[in-house]
Design a protein around this ligand. Structure first.
Ligand code: SF4
Length: 1002
């Protein structure tokens, strides 16, 4: 990206290059932009080497000056020598927390840290606008009184500790200048060595009274203060109206305003953003170098109010428009968060949103004995930032899969160690052996928690409190024990993030300036807050030079010295621009307005935002402004009756254009790419046939899966694809189903017939049920359901007893029967496919025929047995190969409610309650099921067909009911159905998870 330097005249270049001249800007971006423009201007002037200008943000200038003065302080100069220590924002925050906690008001607060944040903001406003003294005599509201008392306590603590914060720093420096006697060596040093001779300001919209006072003190001390770009007025040492003159570049810009502007209105914010992205791409394409960012000469700005909240969305839309393949790179682990070099988002992310920092914090927390949800632990286990992660990448993935079976829903270091030592299955042991580095790390970290509790200084009482400095070192040691940051070479982003995280650990250590001792958990909270408050944008060679710069509103102001080729400002609806007045709640609004606080007054806010809007006219050679009538997802945007938002009154005078074409979204962009470069398709719907007869594990679920989706059957039963088990809290649906099946089996193995049931009194029946439940719970617990103890087991016991007691009432009301078999395994063969089925129950009826019964704890209907692709083929399969004469197939529906009871079909009438011949079922005649014989024939054809398909390797991705079927499947990431077939997964589909039937087949 080239820099537009037409406004850096030789005279300005010379003034910037002069020794003793410092230029200050309101933000870092402007400082960088000014330096870049300066360098380019020097190059264009034919120079090969030049002195670097002293350009920096004003806040950095204050800190630099403070440090210089403090280092050079002459002991003879009381004001300089006794300079308070400067604390940073985290230390200030901690001090505010201390002050608030000690106050009576703290008991009524929901969150002290949150209140401390607001109090610190109010403190900053009070100092910047010099309101604190006025508050003494002002009739304060309740919040104002509380804040004022806190502010006095905070000041008192600062005095006691001889510290100061950045909110007060300009006053401290001004006082030093004022109080250092003239004609002394200290004064000479201050004015001639430590402070610049000339202080040039660039891009200030607002000059607060505090800054104005500082500038005036500088001015009276002989320092020339004035704006850099002030063509008509040379900088002087005069003190009058410095603030007005400094803000002058906005009001009297050096660049002529743009003659033609464009305004657009869009239906939704998404439309607006996509149109803006398309526009930016068009500008780049017309530059001729697209998509090469390095050789691009374009300078394009996209200005976004509320950039912080919209950051990820803007990144996504711009990436789609400019580089559809970049998202795929992200997914494959490219150096996040910015892949495309064509654009640069000026706003960074909070440090804790970077993977490296997030993992580091969780490793520390995990090492302190905290439990993590299994899903989070699973991610941590595979973190690339742990030692040995590269070498053991595949082995750790296998270990993760095994641990899903061995661990509970919450994982602690202790439970992890226990799972290896006490409960390890052979398979887990084998996989763990393949991860020696991981195992060594876990053992090393397990040995550390006691160390965390040991005081560094033995004389200090209390084993858990240590200095923040000690905790910082301890956390570093813990991370080192984990092999952090891993063995792979860090990319540029991660490298910078790591450096910033180390700074955060140093910041934690420095908290001992205000709190000498704290517990480990308190230290971790502070560290989390420090990284959460640190917004970090990694430097990239490409970032600042990217042809498209995405800026926040305030950054867009003051840009006229380096105008863009084109600028688009989005989101300018009436409710968003100008910004609404937002006075600080701890200071009376009237007092803030009187002091001139811009944010506190609608009029002042409007005036500032109007100046910024006018400034855009001088910040680019093409200006586009726009707004969306409806927010995304609002009822208005989807055809409802929400009122459309008008454009901001500040842009309504720009001429409205018809809407631009809207770019494709990601899927459409991908399709467009595929249309130009069609992917080669390899037909893979039919694979090699299996030799027959063939035995495949899976029981009736092979046919059920083949019917639901051929690819599902292939993946599960030929590739043995299994979902990763994620431990859940409590019993999962399969275990609950297994328990109920087992209890009913035990009960009927005792009773054996309806006659015995009817002859058994209620107490004895209860005892039989109770014993069966106890035995089933004990068996399932022994099988790994460790949570089945104590109160939880008692609740499950009661539930099972109630369900089975109610079910026996249903069984009492049937015609007489004997139970011929319970939970018996049978082998069946269909079309050369050998399967092993486990039948829930087989009853011998009065007429000598048999009833097949399938227990169901979820939804169960006869229609799941019919058609070419039956949903529940287990009973029809058994029926096909049964030696007995079967006259009834029935579901025993055990879910309490109105469907509790039997549901099925029979050869004749009145065999079982709610079980009828097929032709009497609603709608069955219409579908051709006119008799028992037809039903049997249809089953034979359908089941034979499905078995043949499986054996012959038919594996098409063909879900029976589209997204509804896929919603009940765990193979979406394998078949990629949503991506290639456009199937929308119906997340709301009834997954019928409370059903263990079929799980018992093998
Ligand atoms: S997700 Fe859908 S298409 Fe994919 S295997 Fe499962 S049922 Fe078939």
């Amino acid at each position: 990206m080239r820099s537009n330097t037409t406004h850096l005249t030789p005279a300005l270049l010379e003034s910037l290059a002069t020794e003793g001249v410092t230029a200050v800007t309101p933000n870092r971006r402007l400082a960088v932009a000014l330096k870049r423009a300066y360098d380019t201007a020097q190059q264009q002037a034919g120079r090969r080497a030049w002195a670097a200008p002293d350009v920096l943000p004003l806040s950095t200038f204050f800190v630099r000056t403070y440090q210089a003065v403090r280092l050079c302080a002459d002991p003879s100069a009381a004001s300089a020598a006794n300079m308070p220590r400067l604390i940073d924002a985290p230390q200030s925050h901690l001090l505010w927390e201390e002050v608030i906690r000690k106050s009576d008001a703290s008991t009524a607060l929901l969150s002290v840290p949150q209140t401390a944040r607001q109090a610190a903001a109010a403190w900053s406003v009070a100092n910047q606008w010099q309101i604190l003294d006025a508050m003494r005599a002002y009739p304060l509201h309740e919040d104002g009184q509380v804040f004022f008392a806190w502010a006095l306590s905070y000041q008192q603590r600062c005095r006691e500790l001889n510290i100061t914060d950045q909110a007060v720093l300009p006053d401290v420096l001004a006082n030093i200048l004022i109080s250092t006697p003239t004609n002394t060596s200290v004064r000479e040093k201050l004015v001639n060595e430590l402070l610049p001779k000339q202080l040039l300001t660039v891009g200030f919209d607002i000059v607060t009274p505090q800054v104005e006072t500082f500038f005036q003190v500088c001015s009276t001390s002989g320092i020339v203060v004035g704006p850099l770009f002030d063509g008509s007025k040379p900088a002087t040492t005069g003190t009058a109206a410095i603030a007005a003159r400094i803000a002058a570049p906005i009001a009297a810009p050096v660049v002529a305003p743009i003659a033609n502007t464009k305004r657009f209105v869009f239906a939704t914010e998404d439309d607006e953003l996509r149109a803006c992205a398309a526009w930016a791409r068009t500008r780049l394409e017309s530059d001729g170098s697209f998509p090469d960012a390095v050789s691009s000469h374009a300078r394009i700005a996209i200005v976004v109010p509320d950039l912080q909240n919209k950051r990820s969305r803007i990144w996504r839309v711009l990436t789609d428009a400019l580089d559809a393949t970049a998202r795929a790179q992200m997914a494959s682990g490219a150096d996040a968060p910015q892949v495309s070099t064509l654009f640069n988002l000026s706003l960074g992310l909070p440090l804790n949103e970077y993977g490296l920092v997030n993992d580091a914090l969780e490793l520390i927390e995990f090492s302190q004995g905290r439990s993590l949800p299994f899903a989070r632990f699973s991610t941590l286990l595979r973190s690339p930032f742990i030692g040995g992660a590269e070498r053991e990448m595949a082995a750790r993935a296998k270990l993760d899969a095994q641990l899903g079976d061995a661990l509970a829903a919450e994982v602690s270091l202790f439970s992890l160690q226990k799972s290896f030592k006490l409960n390890a299955s052979k398979r887990l042991e084998n996989v763990a052996r393949q991860c020696p580095a991981w195992m060594e790390i876990v053992n090393r970290v397990v040995a550390m928690p006691n160390e965390a509790a040991t005081p560094t200084h033995k004389k200090v009482a209390g084993p858990t409190k240590r200095s923040p400095h000690d905790w910082s070192r301890h956390f570093t040691k813990v991370l080192s024990a984990w092999g952090f940051p891993g063995e792979r070479a860090l990319g540029s982003t991660d490298f910078q993030v790591l450096a910033k995280f180390r700074d955060a650990l140093d910041t934690l250590a420095a908290l001992e300036n205000v709190q000498p001792r704290m517990r480990a958990d308190e230290a971790l909270v502070q560290l989390r807050r420090i990284v959460g408050d640190t917004v970090f944008q990694p430097e990239s060679a490409e970032g600042n030079h990217a042809p498209i710069q995405v800026l926040g509103i305030l950054e867009s102001a003051g840009q006229s010295f380096e105008p863009f080729d084109a600028m688009w400002v989005i989101g300018l609806s009436e409710d968003a621009w100008p910004l609404a007045a937002r006075p600080n709640p701890f200071i009376p609004a009237a007092l803030q307005r009187r002091a001139g606080v811009t944010e506190a007054s609608a009029a002042a806010s409007l005036a500032l935002d109007k100046r910024i809007t006018d400034g855009w006219l001088h910040s680019a050679t093409e200006l586009v402004v726009s707004h969306a009538m409806y927010s995304d997802g609002s009822s208005g945007s989807s055809g409802g009756n929400q009122e459309a938002r008008p454009a901001s009154s500040l842009i309504s005078h720009f001429v409205l254009q018809s809407a631009t074409p809207i770019t494709a979204n990601y899927a459409e962009a991908l399709q467009a790419v595929n249309a130009v470069h069609p992917p080669s398709l390899i037909p893979d719907t039919s694979l090699s046939a299996l030799p027959t007869p063939t035995t495949v594990t899976g029981g009736s679920s092979i046919i059920r899966d083949q019917a639901a989706c051929p690819f599902r059957a292939f993946a599960r039963h030929r590739l043995s694809a299994k979902p990763l088990v994620e431990p859940a809290v409590g019993l999962d649906a399969t275990t609950r189903g297994t328990l109920l099946h087992r209890v009913l089996s035990l009960v009927w193995s005792k009773l054996k017939s309806q006659a015995t049931l009817l002859a058994t009194d209620a107490d004895t029946t209860s005892t039989i049920i109770d014993d069966a439940v106890q035995q089933a719970i004990a068996e399932v617990r022994a099988d790994g359901a460790e949570m089945l103890v104590g109160r939880f087991a008692a609740i499950e016991h009661t539930r099972l007893c109630e369900v089975v007691t109610a079910w026996l009432t249903v069984e009492r009301e049937r015609l007489p029967f004997d139970v011929a078999a319970c939970e018996e395994a049978h082998k069946v063969e269909v079309a050369g496919l050998l399967m092993r089925l486990q039948l829930d129950r087989l009853d011998r009826l009065q007429d000598g025929t048999f009833a097949l019964i399938d227990y169901k704890t979820g939804v169960a209907q006869v229609k799941s047995w019919i058609g070419e692709r039956p949903d529940e083929p287990q009973l029809p399969l058994y029926f096909q190969t049964a030696e007995q004469q079967i006259s009834v197939l029935a579901f025993a529906r055990l879910k309490r409610g109105k469907t509790f009871g039997f549901e099925g079909v029979s050869a004749t009438e009145n065999v079982l309650p709610n079980v009828t011949p097929i032709e009497q079922k609603r709608g069955m005649q219409d579908r051709g099921y006119v008799s028992w014989d037809v039903l049997i024939q249809e089953w034979e054809v359908a089941l034979d067909n499905l078995a043949k398909q499986f054996v012959n390797g038919i594996a098409a991705v063909d879900p029976k009911n589209g997204g509804l079927t896929c919603a009940q499947c765990d193979l979406q990431s394998v078949c990629r159905v949503a991506e290639f077939n456009g199937v929308t997964i119906d997340a709301g589909a009834n997954t019928d998870a409370d059903d263990a039937t079929g799980a018992s087949d093998d």
